[in-house]
Design a protein around this ligand. Sequence first.
Ligand code: UN1
Length: 502
Amino acid sequence: MSTGVVVRLEPKTYYNYIGGQWVEAVSGERYATTNPADTSQTIGSFQRSNRDDIRRAIQAAADAQPAWRRTPAPRRAEILFRTWDLLRARADEYASYITLETGKVFADAKGEVKRGTNVLEFAAGDGRRLKGETVPSELPKNFIYTVRRPVGVAGLITPWNFPLAIPLWKLAPALVCGNTVVMKPATNTPLCAIKLAELFAEAGLPGSVFNVVSGPGGVVGDELVNSPDVRAISFTGSTDVGRRLYAQAAQSLKRVQCEMGGKNAVVVLEDAPLDLAVEAILQGAYGFCGQRCTATSRVIVDRKVKKALVDRLLERVKAMRVGDPFASDTQMGPLASESQIEKVTEYIEIGKSEGAKLQVGGVRPSGAPYEKGYYITPAVFTDVRPEMRLAQDEIFGPVLAVMECDGMEDAIRMVDTSTYGFKASVYTGDFFKIMHFIDEVDVGMVHVNAPTLGGEVQAPFGGIKGSGVGIKEQGRAQVEFFTEEIVVYMDYTGAKRDARFI
Ligand code: UN1
């Protein structure tokens, strides 16, 4: 059944947004993107930018800095509130762009838009909360205080899996804090970023404050990271790219925030409410085909309840409806790209060859509507051991690795064998075990009796170890990242002061 809210795109040419103008790439080159649910459908033709384009965008953002940073923060926030209003009014339209570009099920795309409006609302509130602090002095008549200043030009490098919400949750705090921005969206999802630029322009954001440049990550991203005029980089993507980018950015002493991969586990202890655990695992492992850094890719279950859990899980996975992401009864759409389907199929083979048992899924279905898109059925492997690649590598697809543990200590040890440290969730009713788990497990975010997914914008968001480096995103952390704290000492003795501190 179709939801009937599809935006029919006339495949047309989209441009970079630089200095408030829609402009062609200097090279004149373009590339096309297609709908992952039906690759015969072109979404649009986009600018294949290179170094020259990104340099122009950085220059535009730098030129816009003085006026934007002097605009009072509550005035900057008004523009976010207006954008919030516009986005809420066009939620279905923007959700359609997300579904078209990524293959995300439409209901989830609407959830992403909602996440985006939450982000705008929260960041706009920061316009009236950009506070410094006053600090007591050990000297008489001496006043110490801090103020928050924008960092300068911020470079935002955003992924394809949340093409609207992630750009927004970097952009909104960057702007309200007074930074000007150059954004490089993922190569295969530039449409949502361009549509965001349209929205902000309509809300009255001065043109050069937010610039968008589409094109290949290597060239365009590198220039952004290497430019001495860019003072902050906020990146979401793979750990490999993040590691490289972090080292590169150090050359020009930029501040960097990298939000990277995950290998998140749901731990199911012997007394766990199994039905709830199964629901959480299904959502976490197969929501948006597992293509979220918060996805559940491991289940670590106490051997006493393993059979009961796996039986329930398999029954549900077998009944999952894979299909058109715009149809209201679809639970899982296609993967987002050709490289995704290649990677996931490769891991199905790796899992089998490592000796794990593929219980269900991992098959590319045939016939309509499947043959035109990147479809694969949801997979469950059991008998996975912690040292297998299936248990260690981030697959970023609908492939779940079920492992057996012997009580809670063993479960914690297994969670921590990962080089990633994003999220872990524990299912148990035992208060003491819950508290111990929270104390011991090595991840950036813990969920208790809840899925590994998601986060609320007013709380900090991010992982540790191979999952995240730098100040976390969202929550109060977003202002910390996008501002410099300047410290002021004011002497009002009117007399000579010995600068030596006692
Ligand atoms: C979510 O799962 O709710 O790239 C958001 C990612 C994360 C965002 C996940 N940075 O998947």
